[in-house]
Design a protein around this ligand. Structure first.
Ligand code: KIV
Ligand code: ZN
Length: 511
């Protein structure tokens, strides 16, 4: 009988931890709801000690999610564990995930602890976590560069202390598939009590091997995979859920296992995450990239017309991808709008629905055909907004093609209207300089991207900007049919997020 591999999604923790991928409470709740629709077994909702916002979002997710387990991460530290326990206490299926580093380099330089002390802390933390919940996962951070015998000793002892899952992270993405698989096989043959717990794989993608390593772990006995949507995560990211799930499904002849994932939800969730974080998925990305199912070469198209399987190993419908069909137009009513939103994976509150519908009508006046992608952009623009300290009132640009363009921008702040005029290398530069002048704050723009959401000159132009402030990255996004308006709004959106964060204190807790 095929084994079932549990899917542990860490988009909201390891994924959210990466620069520019931070999400607010509403965004996290919506992603969690999509993860539950996908039928993931475990949602790692955050790292409770890292900030008040993280704690509150884990708590809110724990209260909302019913089918999947909800997990909270903590270091092997008493106060961390208490906060993690508190954050998931209302979950139907709570899990605490505690970890400590076991590699020589981490123990010596980061922890400044002997291996004996690390072992003691690992055991104590699992026992303490176990006093709050039944389901306790334990990770040896940097297991990939740890001594195998020491790993086996730590895992044996934490299982004795009550761990239900042991996780084997390749924290720095250093391992290659044969080596990682061999480590999992060694642990499954050596660790005492291993037959009573899940062995989990957690791979980072620094060498582009995260999915291959995770699959190698599965072949060698792992029963849980930790992964993120679109592979987001620290540095080069984590194992991409869509890749590992589809590899298991498409090559079930080889793996002889299955997952509980409802694969038809994959595209929807990937797009939502990409819109929310402003993290664009590369077009040739496996499974969810824009070109993943596109056949351009004549010889391929010819083969496809004769027999799809000549060049297709899975059909787009398996991952919920349909043609980017016309969904709505100027005369579509509220009912059709709600239906289409549901098809795209959104169930909005009455308030949000009203805002989105007004925005849709405005867009339909300017753009003849509203496509599925337009709806994603519209919803993420309208619904996932932060508290607006500043908002764009108006702008005017004078550009002749010869002299430097000049922009006058007016911005609302409470009931004040503020105005500024500046010249720049181009129209966007002039607008941004005018905004800087009005806002009068230190702003460090590190990235500006513009892309057309669909074809045609009336398409929505989506602008994503990234600002860096105090080591954190803030993403602003906007899509309208006018690229200059999108540019101004995206910039102000990122500035608002940055200013809101400056007003909040973040508790420092590093992994
Ligand atoms: O990569 C890592 O080691 C982690 C642990 C906290 C599980 O994310
Ligand atoms: Zn990780």
């Amino acid at each position: 009988m095929a084994r079932t591999i549990k899917i542990f999604d860490t988009t909201l923790r390891d994924g959210e931890q990466s620069p520019g991928c931070s999400m607010n409470l509403k965004e996290k709740l919506d992603i969690a709801a999509h993860l539950e629709q996908l039928n993931v077994d475990i949602i790692e909702a955050g790292f409770a000690i890292s900030s008040k916002g993280d704690f509150e979002s884990i708590q809110a997710i724990a209260r909302k999610i019913k089918r999947s387990s909800v997990c909270s991460l903590c270091r092997a530290v008493k106060t961390d564990i208490e906060l993690a326990a508190e954050s998931v206490k209302d979950a139907k299926r709570p899990r605490i995930h505690t970890f400590i580093a076991t590699s020589p380099i981490h123990m010596e330089y980061k922890l400044n602890m002997s291996p004996e002390k690390v072992l003691e802390k690992a055991v104590d933390s699992v026992k303490y976590a176990k006093s709050f919940v039944e389901d306790v996962e334990f990770s040896c951070e940097d297991a990939g560069r740890s001594d195998r015998e020491f790993l086996a000793q730590v895992y044996s002892e934490v299982i004795k202390a009550g761990a239900t899952v042991i996780n084997v992270p390749d924290t720095v993405g250093y391992m290659i598939p044969e080596e990682y698989g061999d480590l999992i096989r060694y642990l499954s043959n050596t660790v005492v009590g291993i037959e009573n717990v899940d062995i989990s794989v957690h791979c980072h993608d620094d060498l582009g091997l995260a999915t291959a390593n995770a699959l190698s772990g599965i072949i060698n006995g792992a029963s849980q995979v930790e992964c993120t949507i679109n592979g987001i995560g620290e540095r080069a990211g984590n194992t991409a859920m869509e890749e590992v799930v589809m590899a298991i499904k498409v090559r079930d002849d080889l793996y002889d296992c299955k997952t509980n994932i409802n694969t038809e939800e994959i595209t929807k969730t990937s797009r939502l995450l990409s819109h929310i974080t402003g993290s664009v998925v590369q077009s040739n990305k496996a499974i969810v990239g824009a070109n993943a199912f596109a056949h351009e070469a004549g010889i391929h198209q010819d083969g496809m017309l004769k027999q799809k399987q000549t060049y297709e190993i899975m059909c787009p419908e398996m991952v919920g991808l349909s043609e980017n069909k016309l969904v709505l137009g100027k005369h579509s009513g509220r009912h059709a709008f709600v239906d289409r939103l549901k098809e795209c994976g959104y169930t909005l509150s009455e308030d949000d629905l009203e805002k989105a519908f007004i925005r849709f009508k405005l867009l339909a006046d300017k753009k003849k055909d509203i496509l599925e992608e337009d709806l994603h952009a519209l919803v993420s623009d309208e619904i996932y907004q932060v508290q607006e300290i500043f908002s764009l009132d108006n702008f005017e640009v004078h550009a002749t093609g010869e002299d430097q363009p000049k922009a006058t921008v007016t911005i609302k702040k409470d009931d004040q209207i503020l105005s500024g005029t500046e010249s720049g290398a181009g129209s966007v530069d002039a607008i941004y300089k005018a905004i800087d002048k009005i806002i009068n704050e230190k702003i460090n723009l590190i990235e500006y991207t513009l892309q057309s959401i669909t074809g045609g000159t009336d398409a929505l132009g989506e602008v994503v900007v990234r600002l860096r402030d105090n080591g954190r990255v803030f993403v602003g996004r906007s899509s309208t049919t006018d690229v200059l308006a999108s540019s101004a709004k995206a910039y102000i959106n990122a500035i608002n997020k940055m200013l809101v964060a400056r007003g909040k204190k973040r508790i420092k807790a590093t992994l």
